[in-house]
Design a protein around this ligand. Sequence first.
Ligand SMILES: [Zn+2]
Length: 124
Amino acid sequence: MKINFAKISFDKKDFDFTHNQFKIKGTFGKISKYLVKFESNLTGILETNCIRCGETTPINIDENISLLITNGIYDKEDKLQVVEIDGDFIDFDKLIKDELISIESGYFHCDSCKQDKNIFEKEY
Ligand SMILES: [Zn+2]
């Protein structure tokens, strides 16, 4: 899903789309001429490989994603965390892909290895 930055209004708009096996639902709207606020909830099953045993584990993802998006004209002196886009379009698929990479990095261990780790930590 791609949206022209210039055409986004100050009224919050609902959106609903899918990215691979994930569902993303939320709102977006401008909060200033150069800033778009994106708030969403992402749900779906993420297949991830445990770095300890290599087991592929399906993980239920249910994450809230809030982002500020700028078209690059935004004053960088400001300390706010913003995502810069190239060109005129916000590529929602790319945004979600990037978020998924960071979500996935939080699930390095499968459940049984996590439990092993907990036991290990308790013993020492
Ligand atoms: Zn494991």
